[in-house]
Every structure is written in structure tokens, then in C-alpha cells.
Design a protein around this ligand. Structure first.
Ligand code: SOE
Length: 377
């Protein structure tokens, strides 16, 4: 059986997932066959390029017209647009892999999780870092009891692409479209990794959001930015956070510190998680994603374990031992697992409930910031 696939969105994540689908027949021949049927967007010239470069049969400008024609919808659109198309697709029996965060608001995420619950189709939230081999290796260590009793979770996700105040405005700077900024875009990954790795739930937290640049130029705006009148460039307000921090308490009694930023020079895409327990510590750093740092409670320091052997998760599918993997490979693993689950009528993890659980944390961090006090989740 060949699954007809539709993408809503075709930019960064469109390329990441199209690349993953192209790799599957070569490296994961047991994956269900897919046909890139249709890519949906608004900009017709960009859509034509996407058809050409990503390998779709056709393009469309209205997602409503294609839902009945595809078996799987990849929802890669701005966060607010995750909601209605995903719900409509699930109601039509179409499988959905939706980018993170699940939605722009908690109530929207609740509606999406409810749609997934009532549908027979498979629904997944694209927390791709779960599928990095070193992260899966870390999870195995935790499940084997290496950490003992969990004491601390420390997770930071830092980027630098908004350091320059002249960096143009985009939907990622808009609360209506995105819901939040660094919090939802990057913090969602950290919060999901913490849940995934520890299996622990956050019970209460104190969150803080900051916006350092209050407005940004609109690309192609008037004035100095490229217009003819020589006046000030047109700008739009930034209504989301550039950075957040959160202090949390887990149900187990462990404590956690979380931070994300888009204004951290030198940190292009630094996603780090560290877990400390009575038995030892484990540290993952996306900038060195083929390694895991591990320290037993009686050791004198961290040992670096290379996760590049054929016994490591997914590694036997790729190259001989030691031939390292990159960021894009996690998307391939994620797509392999999702499509296999969809073709077999199974559920996939992370599903929309996982997306909703993370959304509850995002919402609690925003609530705490607004109230200036600790809140329960
Ligand atoms: C942009 O900040 C972004 O593409 C995120 O949206 C992704 O989730 C992250 O993996 C990389 O950075």
C-alpha cells in the first residue's frame, strides 16, 4: 500500500520532512511506501518551487480541498494553523503528523487532542529530538535505573537568530499566530525531552518571559528598508518572548531549571539536557549529538560515550560504526516510526496527548509570568 502524503507548509520543516521521506526507501526499506501527492501553501511561486525541489505531484492553495485526497497530512504551518486543518483531517480519517508546539493556545491544543481521541487515524506531534540515537540511549539508561532517584533536570535551548534587532519580523514574532516565542518554539522541545526521558510530571512552576526587541522591520517594507521615500522602515510589534526561564518541581520531588532564547550569541542551535540522580548523571548536547556524557555517582567525572555503533538505536540502518549522524537523521527516524504506526493503524508516540501535556506547561509558564507567582500545572 502506498500512502498519499500532503504537506501544509513547505519551508524549513517542509524540506526536513521531504528529505526524510526521500531517505526512507533507501535506508528503511521496510517503511510504508509514500507518494508526495500535494503541497499546500499561499505563495504560488514558492509552491511551484516546492513542487519542483521537494518532488510533489502538485500544489494547492486551500487545505480543505485536499484532505479527502491524502492518507497523511503533515501539518508544518504556523502554530495557529495547526488547529483546524489537523482536526478536519483527523475527523476525515486522515493521519496527521503535526509540528510542535501542538497549537498556539491551550484550548486549541485540547480541541486537537480530543479530535485525535475520537479518530481512528494516527496522530503525532513532531518532537523530533526524541529520535536522536543518543537521546534514545539516554532513555534506555534511565529505564535501566542508572540515575537512581531523580534529583535535578536542567534543560536549555539557545539560538541566536534574533540577536540583530534588524532581523525582519515573521509569524514567529506574533502571539496570534505562534502563541509564544522562544518558549513554544524551543522550550516545547526541552519540556518534551524532560517528560520523555524522566517519565516524571511537572506539578508546579515559576515562569518568566522577556521580550528584548519590541518591534522589528517588515521585510520589503518602505523607507530605508528598500522603499522609495527614504523614511523609517515599516515595523511590526513583537508580541512574543525572545527568551524564557522556568523553575519547576516534579511529582517525584526532583527540581528542574529550563531556559530558551533566540538572542544568545554563539548559540545557533544549542539544545542541552542534563539529568542528575542519586546514581549518576547523564548529559546530552545537540551540538555533539553522536555523544552522551555519563557519570556514575562514584565516578570522578563524566565519560563521553560515543553513540555511533551498530547496536545503538537506528545506527545499523545507516553507515558502518563510527560514521556519525546529523540533525536530519532524527527526522528520518521520526517519519519511519510515524508512517509505520499509521500504516498499521497503531498509535504513535509522541501523540497529541504528549503535545497537549507540553502545551499545559507552556500555558502554565505564561500564566506564572503574568501573575508573578508560582502556579500549579
Ligand atoms: C526555529 O527556531 C527552529 O526551526 C524550531 O522551530 C525547531 O523546532 C528547532 O528544531 C530548530 O529551530
Amino acid at each position: 500500500m502506498t500512502l498519499d502524503v500532503g504537506f501544509l507548509g513547505h519551508r524549513f520543516m517542509g524540506r526536513a520532512h521531504a528529505n526524510a521521506l526521500a531517505r526512507l526507501p533507501m535506508f528503511f526499506p521496510d517503511a510504508p511506501a509514500t507518494n508526495l501527492d500535494v503541497v499546500v501553501g499561499r505563495d504560488e511561486s514558492a509552491l511551484a518551487t516546492a513542487v519542483d525541489r521537494l518532488g510533489f505531484d502538485r500544489c494547492a492553495t486551500d487545505w480543505r480541498e485536499v484532505l479527502d485526497e491524502v492518507d497523511v497530512l503533515y501539518n508544518l504551518a504556523p502554530n495557529r494553523l495547526h488547529v483546524e486543518p489537523s482536526i478536519a483531517a483527523l475527523d476525515a480519517g486522515t493521519h496527521v503528523l503535526c509540528e510542535k508546539p501542538l497549537a498556539h493556545t491551550l484550548s486549541a491544543a485540547e480541541r486537537m487532542a480530543e479530535a485525535a481521541r475520537r479518530s481512528d487515524a494516527t496522530a503525532g506531534t513532531a518532537f523530533n529530538y526524541r529520535f536522536v540515537p543518543a537521546v534514545q540511549y539516554a532513555k534506555r539508561l534511565v529505564e535501566e535505573g542508572f540515575l537512581g532517584d531523580l534529583r535535578h533536570v536542567r534543560a536549555t535551548y539557545l539560538q541566536d537568530w534574533l540577536v540583530d534587532p534588524e532581523e525582519p519580523w515573521s509569524w514567529r514574532n506574533d502571539a496570534e499566530l505562534a502563541g509564544s516565542g522562544a518558549l513554544g518554539d524551543l522550550g516545547a522541545h526541552s519540556l518534551d525531552l524532560a517528560r520523555f526521558l524522566t517519565g516524571d510530571d511537572v506539578e508546579r512552576l515559576s515562569g518568566h518571559l522577556r521580550t528584548f526587541t519590541e518591534e522589528r522591520p517588515v521585510e520589503g517594507g518602505g523607507g530605508d528598508g528598500g522603499g522609495s521615500d527614504g523614511g523609517n522602515p515599516e515595523t511590526r510589534p513583537v508580541t512574543v518572548d525572545d527568551a524564557y526561564t522556568a523553575q519547576v518541581e516534579f511529582a517525584s520531588g526532583a527540581t528542574g531549571l529550563f531556559e530558551a532564547s533566540r538572542v544568545a550569541p554563539g548559540r545557533a542551535n544549542a539544545n542541552e539536557v542534563e539529568l542528575d540522580g542519586t546514581g549518576g548523571s547523564i548529559r546530552f548536547d545537540l551540538e555533539r549529538l553522536n555523544e552522551l556524557e555519563v557519570c556514575g555517582a562514584d565516578d570522578r567525572g563524566f565519560e563521553t560515550v560515543l553513540v555511533t555503533g551498530e547496536d545503538d538505536p537506528y545506527l545499523d540502518r545507516w553507515w558502518p560504526p563510527g560514521h556519525v549522524l546529523g540533525w536530519e537523521h532524527a527526522h528520518v527516524h521520526e517519519n519511519y516510526e510515524f508512517l509505520t504506526a499509521a500504516a498499521e493503524g497503531e498509535s504513535f508516540a509522541p501523540d497529541f496527548r504528549d503535545g497537549l501535556d507540553v502545551q499545559r506547561l507552556l500555558d502554565a509558564i505564561q500564566r506564572s509570568d503574568e501573575r508573578g507567582e508560582w502556579v500549579s500545572v
